[in-house]
Write a protein that binds this ligand. Structure first.
Ligand code: ADP
Ligand code: ZN
Length: 692
């Protein structure tokens, strides 16, 4: 009698956008969560075994192989399922983010111990010498890279790292002890030691050989965290963001999956990666809008972190000096443990804030008022650094000919082109990146005399400062001037080394940087977001101003801040002046409650887009009519998007609102099941949209 192996039909989740789950034949030894390679059409794909039963299908194919070094835990699978149900991102699309580079699953994964024995030799290696000798001569990182490039064998090095804990102050220690098992919000003004507390908190987790994920809103903050971590930790630090080269991405994803890096600093997409054994998640600057991904699969990195922490039963720490309204509400609802730090480390004081009324100042065509000008001058004499903030890239925002009325507009978007002189002279679209040379004369009437440039950007402020402080060393900080993370880091270092006197920057400077000699901050245009009708504009303005102002006086010298605005009486500024964020958030919350906005309701947007305006409008209307009437769902729209077209595509949006205890996601999923669109029209779903 022959031995019979039992065959099963299993359901495998594949990284295919819409569908996701497919049936395959497998042997009994395959388990839920296994990472498997399967034939798919003419190619093969890696996926995850989702269930041990699946529908019988014709031409059932067999699983090719099982990846031996990693499999998804049931908790991680639950996270993916819940995440898909909440965000309406199809499971197949989510899987693409779990294994962004599936070819690493093809790499063998052998373990060498190099710390103890110097004799481990990789047999097939063409270079003479032992592994440990190469590491000694060239450094671990490079050797690893070579090994990969030569496609020989992958190496997991169990080198014995150290992690010493920072020494905390009494207040910080008390805060540390309050951190809970699940989501904890650490609220503390900039410089109060939130980072330091986290570095102490993760020590026992690291020593248990578990991984820590630190999420940052901006790529430029990765390097800073790496520096901070390196003070206490001698092991490998992983990095994950979109600017990594293809080779680096592979190496990083592999190191994270196999567990050879235990601390990972990453941008929002790192929240979906496959980890060997994740032990805690930290979300720095949780309020930051950059955590929201609005294009492609729409999700909020912070929310996914809380979700993942919850399902994987690991702690998630949210850090901010200016909590988002959502988090503030969650704290009030006692969903998060709340830890507050009210003092800056050492004797550093919060800066005093002065309001400068633009209505009372004679500015002509200038933007910097006299008191701010004098303050800059004084600071220069004292050899202390100053920072001017304006939330506008480039030199000016509109090129207009007053002779014929011509205005330079984008050919893809319904916006005017901005004027840039740095790093090169161009007209640039801030939405799609479309560029063209600066015209020498008006393209319509060939006149030059009456060309005007309207609007003020960082470059123009730089010019103005240079005109009254010709000896000041000025640094313009915007994504146009520092467009790679390396450039930005070099510039930030130069600022720390005091190679510049005055920094002029967009919100790039607002984030988490520490300049000990910076004592003066000037907000050029404190009105910039007050006039917007956007749901979050007040909140965002408060956060950015708080952050920018928080740059001042972080060292031993106290700081000062000046805000230029025409609305000095706006309540936002008095909250800011008295450093009363609680008061501000309370007031914002009551407005949201009054108008039935999030966080009191769930809001979801359905955006239809396409090249032809009428077709898009037509399908938007038919989608709206297709949505069934329910007393608890409010359907708004369709309405054209604010900027229409954008990147040549016309967009119409429908908003759905419902009380939170209803499953509006299920309602949408069911409705869309019976609604079809031609391929030229795209539907984009955004749960908790940011732009409303
Ligand atoms: P936050 O993250 O709240 O902005 P940080 O943790 O970055 O604050 O601390 C601000 C500054 O104070 C940093 O330069 C940090 O090195 C220093 N600092 C904070 N706490 C301590 C501590 N316990 N021991 C030594 N330095 C500290
Ligand atoms: Zn454009």
């Amino acid at each position: 009698m022959s031995l019979q192996t039992h065959h099963l039909i299993v359901s495998v989740l594949l990284p295919i956008h819409r569908l996701g789950l497919f049936s395959y034949e497998s042997t009994e030894s395959v388990k839920i969560g296994n990472c498997v390679k399967v034939p798919f059409g003419s190619r093969s794909l890696w996926g995850i075994v989702w269930a041990l039963h699946a529908p019988q299908v014709p031409n059932l194919k067999k699983i090719i192989e099982v990846y031996p070094y990693w499999s998804a835990s049931s908790m991680f699978l639950l996270f993916l399922r819940q995440c898909s149900e909440y965000t309406l991102i199809p499971l197949g699309s989510l899987l693409r983010m779990v294994f962004p580079i599936s070819e690493i699953l093809e790499w063998p994964c052998q373990t060498f111990r190099c710390a103890s024995s110097f004799s481990s030799v990789i047999q097939t290696c063409p270079w003479p010498g032992t592994f440990a000798q190469w590491v000694f001569m060239f450094g671990l990182k490079r050797v690893k890279k070579w090994i990969q490039e030569a496609n020989l064998v992958s190496v997991e090095i169990h080198h014995d790292y150290n992690y010493t804990s920072p020494i905390l102050t009494k207040h910080q220690k008390e805060a540390l002890e309050k951190i809970g098992f699940q989501t904890t919000f650490i609220e503390g003004i900039t410089g109060s030691g939130k980072t330091e507390i986290c570095l102490a908190y993760i020590q026992p987790i690291i020593l248990e050989k578990k991984q820590i994920l630190i999420l940052v809103p901006e790529i430029s903050l990765c390097q800073q965290w790496v520096h901070r971590v390196q003070k206490y930790y001698s092991g490998n630090i992983g990095i994950w963001h979109s600017e990594l080269s293809a080779k680096e991405r592979k190496f990083q994803a592999w190191s994270i999956l196999t567990g050879s890096t235990s601390i990972i600093v990453g941008a929002r997409s790192a929240i979906f990666l496959g980890y060997k054994n994740l032990g805690a998640i930290i979300v720095d600057e949780e309020h930051d809008g950059s955590y929201k991904q609005a294009e492609g699969p729409a999700y909020h990195g912070r929310d996914m972190a809380v979700f993942r922490g919850y399902h994987e039963k690991i702690p998630c720490l949210l850090l901010s000096a200016t909590p988002s309204l959502e988090s503030f509400w969650n704290i009030e609802q006692k969903r998060y443990t709340h830890v507050a730090l009210s003092q800056r480390y050492g004797n550093a004081q919060l800066p005093d804030i002065y309001m400068l009324d633009l209505k009372e100042q004679k500015l002509d065509s200038n933007m910097i008022t006299l008191p701010l000008r004098e303050a800059l001058q004084k600071n220069l004499i004292k050899q202390e650094q100053s920072l001017l903030f304006i939330n506008k890239r480039g030199y000016a925002s509109l090129w207009v000919c007053y002779h014929c009325g011509f205005r330079a507009a984008c050919q893809n978007c319904n916006v005017w082109l901005s004027i840039h002189y740095l790093p090169k002279s161009v007209l640039l679209c801030h939405y799609c990146g479309f560029k063209k040379p600066l015209p020498k004369t008006c393209p319509e009437c060939h006149n030059l005399e009456q060309v005007k440039l309207w609007g003020v950007g960082v470059e123009k402020i730089g010019q103005e400062v240079q005109s009254f402080l010709p000896n000041a060393k000025i640094c313009i900080l915007s994504s146009d001037v520092c467009y790679t993370p390396r450039q930005l880091n070099e510039t930030l270092l130069a600022i720390k080394n005091q190679e510049y006197d005055i920094l002029i920057g967009t919100q790039l400077v607002a984030k988490g940087h520490h300049f000990p000699n910076l004592t003066l901050v000037g907000i050029i245009d404190g009105d910039f977001a007050l006039s917007h009708l956007d749901l979050r504009s007040g909140e965002r303005l408060y956060q950015v101003l708080c952050q920018v102002i928080g740059r001042a006086g972080r060292g031993v010298i106290p700081g000062k801040a000046y805000i230029q605005t025409s609305q000095t009486k706006h309540p936002l500024f008095s909250y800011l002046q008295s450093h009363n964020i609680q008061g501000f958030l309370q007031e914002e919350l009551s407005t949201r409650k009054k108008y039935h906005f999030p966080p009191y309701v769930r809001l979801i947007s359905l955006t239809l887009s396409g090249i032809d305006e009428n077709t898009v409008h037509h399908y938007a209307l038919s989608l709206k009519n297709h949505l069934p009437h329910e007393s608890w769902v409010e359907v708004l729209g369709p309405a054209p998007s604010l900027i229409n077209p954008l990147r040549r595509r016309w967009r119409w949006r429908i908003f759905l609102k419902s009380p939170k205890h209803y499953k509006i996601q299920d309602y949408i999923r069911t409705a869309l099941h019976t609604f079809s669109l031609p391929s030229k029209i795209r539907l984009h779903i955004d749960v908790d949209p940011y732009d409303f």
